[in-house]
Design a protein around this ligand. Structure first.
Ligand code: ZN
Ligand code: ZN
Ligand code: ZN
Length: 136
């Protein structure tokens, strides 16, 4: 039995802030070509030429780079949040848009990643009843 996958045929993986349950994604940095976008003779630094990347689930689209996988300061560099994958794993399925950056993953007015969500654009919902902790 197959789960219905969202947007299986379209290029889009999902919406920002939407929980993704796959573990294999098309590499965001090279768009699945396996090559560096600006230097076609160079392997993509994010997927090392594999064209796909593995991200442990649950995951979300990287808000900081909007799933592009690129640093917006320098398009030849990979995003520091998702390492060029375009997708970042999150620790919980119970997430909400980051209240500090409104889900953009960036500090207001500057180009630094939001300190609250660490550039992911989402934070865990604060619910003590659901909080699972491995701390002793
Ligand atoms: Zn790649
Ligand atoms: Zn990113
Ligand atoms: Zn934030």
């Amino acid at each position: 039995m197959y789960w219905k996958t969202f947007d299986w045929k379209s290029q889009k993986v999902g919406q920002k802030g939407e929980i993704l349950n796959k573990t294999d994604y098309k590499c965001g940095f090279c768009k699945g070509t396996g090559l560096m976008p600006s230097k076609k003779s160079t392997r993509c630094p994010a997927c090392l030429g594999a064209a796909t990347v593995k991200v442990s689930s649950p995951a979300v689209i990287c808000a900081y780079c909007n799933g592009e996988g690129r640093s917006f300061l320098n398009r030849d560099l990979t995003c520091i949040i998702c390492k060029g994958k375009g997708v970042v794993s999150v620790s919980s399925r119970d997430i909400e848009p980051c209240p500090a950056c409104k889900g953009r993953g960036r500090e207001r007015g500057v180009d630094l990643p939001c300190l609250i969500c660490k550039g992911k654009g989402v934070v865990e919902k604060k619910d003590e009843n659901l909080a699972l902790s491995n701390e002793q």
